[in-house]
Design a protein around this ligand. Structure first.
Ligand SMILES: Nc1ncnc2c1ncn2[C@@H]1O[C@H](COP(=O)(O)OP(=O)(O)OP(=O)(O)O)[C@@H](O)[C@H]1O
Ligand SMILES: [Mg+2]
Length: 245
């Protein structure tokens, strides 16, 4: 089993969009048993997958009780893809982690999932606190969506520094240009400066995910956006394979 976090301290950079579409690629293209674990109280991943929240707000109980996350996991419309939804109850998750004093709580819960899942993807909230520290201890790979700018590389270095600050060791971090618009000069420059980074185009089909409440590959499989996520997923699988060797 491998776990992949989609993380940035910045809000609105495409973390949830990446998480949902990459999870769909893992489940559908790679046919991996996949769990999308939403760690953001806003529950964006559930929304984009068309999974409606239950009345009882119990996402927080996964971390405090010793009964594991299985009970809260939901099926989705897609084969091989399950969701562990978030809700308001995890707004104070960072303090809860602090109080518990268990530094590897998330890592332990994640490794407990390895009997049922090949891939776990974390949709992270835009924070730098005990939640991100726990995520860095649990993840095998971290994806950082970066809006294109002449300072993209520096913005990425900042994220790496922040991640380093949260612990001695950290997993490999893969930067990805997000919402790339090649009609814009500054975006073109950002692309030229970082030619090896995967990139996701600014695309109305991707924006439509929130209207369709489906991953882009499910309703516009030939669109540039769907192809970009498929390519990124291939790069991620390659990176995970090279890490194992
Ligand atoms: N490649 C794209 N093309 C067009 N729109 C996009 C693209 N990626 C994301 N968006 C839009 O940008 C907005 C922010 O995306 P998203 O919610 O995925 O960001 P986020 O980093 O998860 O935000 P938050 O920090 O609030 O959780 C959404 O409205 C989404 O539809
Ligand atoms: Mg989000």
């Amino acid at each position: 089993m491998a776990s992949i976090a989609v993380y940035s301290v910045k809000g609105g950079v495409g973390k949830t969009t990446f998480s949902v579409n990459l999870a769909w690629c893992a489940a559908t293209i790679s046919r991996r048993q996949t769990l999308l674990w939403d760690l953001d109280a806003a529950n964006g991943s559930g929304f984009l997958l068309g999974v409606n929240p239950k009345k009882k707000r119990s996402a927080q109980s996964v971390f405090s009780a010793d009964r594991g996350p299985e009970k809260l996991i939901r099926k989705t419309d897609y084969p091989n893809l399950h969701l562990l939804p978030a809700d308001e109850s995890i707004r104070t998750l960072d303090r809860q982690f602090d109080r518990m004093g268990k530094k590897k709580r998330l890592a332990k819960l994640t490794s407990g999932l390895s009997k049922n899942y090949d891939r776990v993807i974390f949709d992270c909230p835009p924070v730098l606190n005990e939640i991100s520290t726990q995520v860095m201890r649990a993840a095998d790979l971290v994806i950082v969506p970066l809006p294109p700018s002449p300072l993209s590389a520096r913005a990425f270095e900042t994220v790496v520094e922040e991640v380093k600050g949260s612990g001695k060791s950290h997993p490999p971090i893969l930067p990805v240009l997000s919402m790339l618009d090649m009609r814009r000069t500054l975006h073109k420059k950002a692309r030229a400066a970082n030619p090896k980074w995967p990139a996701v185009p600014l695309a109305s089909a991707i924006e439509q995910c929130a209207v369709e409440r489906r991953p882009v590959g499910a309703f516009a499989p030939r669109s540039p956006g769907a192809r970009a996520f498929a390519q990124m997923w291939t790069a991620i699988e390659r990176k995970l394979a090279s890490k194992k060797r």
